[in-house]
Structures are given as C-alpha cells and as structure tokens.
Design a protein around this ligand. Structure first.
Ligand SMILES: Cc1cc2nc3c(=O)[nH]c(=O)nc-3n(C[C@H](O)[C@H](O)[C@H](O)COP(=O)(O)O)c2cc1C
Length: 322
C-alpha cells in the first residue's frame, strides 16, 4: 500500500489518526504510529505550550516513528507559540483546521514539515493548495467533530476534491473499517483519516462509558450542534446535547451556546462519562464500530479487510468473454 501520502509522511499504511480534542495524547498517537499509521497529538486542547512540548517528548519516548501535531488555528490564544514548538521540536507533520491557514502555512513554508489542511469543499481544497499545503484532508459531513457548512457527504466530496487539486487527498468522515479504506482509495484518495473509530480503542484515554456509548450507538443517534452559529459539529446524542439543541431552536446567541459547550463540558463526557452534563464528539461511523480493540489489532484488521475487498473486486470488476 504505497501512495503519495505514505511516501510523503514515511508511514507504512495510509491511515491517519484524526486530531481528537483532549484525547489525541502521546499514548494514542504513539500507538497509531507504532502500528504503521500516522498518530497525532492535538495541540489546541492542551492547556499550554509547555504541555504540548511535554506530549511531544512523551510520544518520542513511546515511538521512534513519525507522528503529527494537530492545530485548530482559531481555538487557542497561544497558537503562534505552539507553531514555534512544532518547529523547534522538528515534528514532521502538522494538520491545520478551524480557521484561515494562510499565516501558519507561510510560517512553516521554509521548514521541513509536511502541512496538511482540513477542508470540506473543493473550493477550500484549491485555496489550501494555492497557499502551499502539501496535502488536504477532506472531511465529509458524516464525520465526528467539526464538519463543513456545505453538508457534503464523503462519497461526493472525495472525488470532487481529487478532481480539483494536484496535491494528494486524505479521505475523512464516516470511515471505520477496511471497506471504507478500499472505497476511499477507489475514489482517488491516497489515505484515510479516522477519528471516532480510534476513540473505541484500548489506548484511548476516554472514559469507558463514552466508548461503550459509541459501541452501542447507531448513526442516527448522532446530532449536529452549532449549526445555528455556522460552525456545525457532530456529537453523540444525550441529555446535554438535547438541551443545547433546544437552546439553538430558541435562537440562543453565540455567547450563550459557547457557555454550554466549553471544554469542561466536553471533559464531563471524556473524563466522567457523563452525558447528562456534557457532550462528546462522534461521527456516523459509530454504527460500524463493534469492538474495543488495541490500535495494533484495529489497523491490522482494517488492512486485512481492505485487501479482502480488493480480491472481491478483482472478480466483480473482471470483464468476462461472452
Ligand atoms: C472526539 C473528537 C474530537 C475531535 N477533535 C478534533 C480536533 O481537535 N481537531 C481536528 O482537526 N479535528 C477533530 N476532530 C475531527 C477528526 O479529526 C476527524 O476529522 C473526524 O473524526 C473524521 O470523521 P470520523 O469521526 O467519522 O472518523 C474530532 C473528532 C472527534 C470524534
């Protein structure tokens, strides 16, 4: 499985772990990288620049393989300093989301760091390419966490982005198994990114109740919040989310909504497993998750199943003489 992405990122398998706020820590990142994919540390849910430096050091103690740092550009007042840390620590890959990436891309242009920008439309992908991104991660509306405003699903988004840019495309949103990997490659993507699937692994530090909820959930039990303020994001349904949605129906202001969705409310689910008092991001791929596995077993299974799809397609797509 060699693609421009595996070559560019020096990874064995075309599988990236998505930035996962508060969960993409050294343990998970290192486990994914050790298993042949690209793990990531999410910087902007960390409290400080020092915390980021500590996570990078911890990840380096757990793996000698490359890993990335995910930065949600407009989500942290210390983003510029975090970019400095990434440069100083010579982290090989950065993924950028949640804002205009122009400034950070320019800052990193002369560094030997691969820059991947998350997009949700062909137009955004073209812009990222023009600004100097090395690849784009196209996230369909099935995905967990923040999704684009256009409501475009992965199956349409990926070929549309592949047609629009010359740089390689990573497919994200709704992918949780080997069939998804094979389908993404068939659509022209050169790797996949999975977010929700990696929460339900042994190495992820999420509370067991969060993992169990994702394990049992159907796609229809996810909800999109913050649509009313133009920043849609997909979460697991629960009492707190229903409360938020009710407030949106009542036309709550951006300020009121953010008060209900502060990081500490996210941590109520991540640390305490309490859906009555908090929210947890999750994508429609919950419907495809059937076991809590080690990251190594998960990646091995995804690769094995993708190869089975390939074998099946060799028969299905074969042209037979009449
Ligand atoms: C719990 C959770 C937290 C997330 N936090 C971030 C984040 O901090 N930064 C980011 O770029 N994407 C974040 N995402 C989005 C993922 O990186 C990825 O794009 C998405 O999960 C892909 O869709 P999937 O969940 O269907 O795999 C998050 C997703 C989830 C499920």
């Amino acid at each position: 499985m060699e693609t421009r992405i595996t070559r560019m990122l020096h990874i064995h398998y075309p599988i990236l772990q998505g930035g996962l706020a508060y969960l993409a820590l050294a343990e998970l990142a290192a486990a994914v990288s050790n298993a042949g994919g690209l793990g990531q540390i999410t910087a902007t849910s960390l409290a400080s620049v020092d915390d980021l430096r500590r996570e990078i050091t911890r990840a380096r103690m757990l793996t000698d393989q490359p890993f990335g740092v995910n930065l949600a550009i407009s989500q942290h007042h210390e983003v510029d300093s975090m970019v400095d840390v990434v440069v100083e620590e010579a982290v090989p890959v950065v993924t950028l989301t949640g804002g205009n990436p122009a400034k950070v891309l320019e800052r990193l242009q002369s560094c030997n760091i691969k820059k991947l920008v998350m997009v949700s439309s062909a137009m955004q992908a073209k812009k990222a390419e023009t600004l100097g991104a090395d690849a784009v991660i196209a996230v369909g509306q099935e995905g967990g966490g923040h999704i684009g405003r256009d409501d475009t699903g992965t199956f349409v988004l990926i070929p549309s982005v592949v047609d629009a840019v010359k740089i390689p495309v990573v497919a994200s949103g709704g992918i949780a198994d080997g069939r998804g990997l094979a389908a993404a490659l068939a659509l022209g993507a050169e790797a996949i990114e999975m977010g929700t699937r990696f929460i339900v692994t042994k190495e992820c530090t999420a509370h067991m109740a969060y993992k169990e909820r994702l394990l049992q959930a159907r796609a229809a039990e996810t909800r999109v919040i913050k649509r009313s303020i133009g920043a849609p994001g997909r979460v697991m349904n629960g009492p707190w989310v229903e409360h938020v949605l009710q407030k949106e129906r009542e036309a709550a202001s951006e300020q009121e909504l953010y008060a209900l969705l502060q990081g500490k409310r996210n941590l109520r689910v991540i640390i305490d497993g309490d859906f009555d008092q908090g929210y947890g991001w999750a994508g429609q791929s919950v419907e495809l998750i059937h076991a809590i596995m080690t990251v190594e077993d998960l990646i091995a299974e995804v690769i094995h199943d993708a190869l089975s799809v390939q074998k099946r397609l060799q028969t299905v797509l074969a042209v037979k003489d009449k």
